[in-house]
Design a protein around this ligand. Sequence first.
Ligand code: HSE
Length: 413
Amino acid sequence: MSKKLTIGLIGFGCVGSGLYEVLNQSKLIDARIKSIVVKDPNKKRSIPQENFSFSRDVVLKDPEINLVVELIDDSEAAYEIVKSAIAAGKDVVTANKKLIAEHLSELLELTKKYGVSLLYEGAVAGSIPILRNLEEYYNNDSLSSIQGIVNGTTNYILTKSNEGIDYATALKDAQELGFAEANPTLDVQGYDSKFKLAILLKHTFGLEIDPKELLNIGIQNIRPQDVKFALEKGYRIKLLSRAEKIGNDVVGFVAPQFIDSTHFAYEVNNEFNAVIVEGLFSDKQLFIGKGAGSHPTASAVLSDISALKFDYKYEYRKSEDGDARFSQDFYLKVYAGSRYPEILDEIPFFSVDEVYQSKDYAYQTGWIHFEEFQQLDPNRRENLSLIVLPDNILSRKELEAVVTAAEESLEYA
Ligand code: HSE
């Protein structure tokens, strides 16, 4: 039997107003929004003022409301709202990735205590139903990697840079189109992608990793010379969130990457997101969809609401069965570019492949240990672009074999 849902909606911004519209247009869902709570009584909105209340208690203290849909921007305020809603015995749907990435274990304890459900499909990759698939469809397949473009704003900016449009103009467009966060630093410096990666690590490998432990390199330092390097080699630059299993170890990070035309995400442009899941039996599978914007994100929220009619809960089975450990002991092949060649000499490469220097730009490529890469603290530097090359991630043993083979081929050349 399906449950009757009476919704308290908190937040009426880009996604909240989108949900209001899609819920009104969807003939299939029998769910009613009883109250809408917003913060600013003076803001002009798309529907008449009498639809709004200004105190969250209107929702939290109403016994008739059995589902709180939280769609505000401020993750600290969202944390308080979600905790109170759960403690009041209400199911919760949210699209707040920072909230979930930072507080999931505490919120799950609360949902168990109060016997309610917490769903957040809209928090990762907008309209792509990746969490439900990881929970249900891939429940019996041992997953070896998950990677993807999970931030629409940066993919939009990178796509436009290939078309010759400058960074500031593309970012402004992404803000006007409703893709960017209120603070777009979260998008361009890779924080938003990192919060989403933390959630994916939980649903893919059962790992709960504090986002502070995850490296995020953004796209803000990418220069036209880096884009030129990509075009010359037949690459595109994409901001990828990436996690993969090497033995029992799982490695994960967010960084810009050069990808070639064989990569599944090569043709994924503008605000579209892509998630590539690789399983032992299924091999690689690609999901594509709009990752940002009002209606696409609202469609994921709508799907969570619909699932709650049947009391759906995530089961987190990979957390119970998993034997994975998070590791930083691996090697990556990277490109480091700068206007100042002396900055490149500070990079602790394990081995260098290519060195280039012209009047106004220099770059080097080579293998680097991940921990040393992380210590470069790329988001605090202005004159260094770090971009991962398409080569595989290697363990120490694998890298030693690659370097020895390269040295031997030089000796015989
Ligand atoms: N700012 C986010 C993005 C919104 O650009 O992907 C969707 O989470």
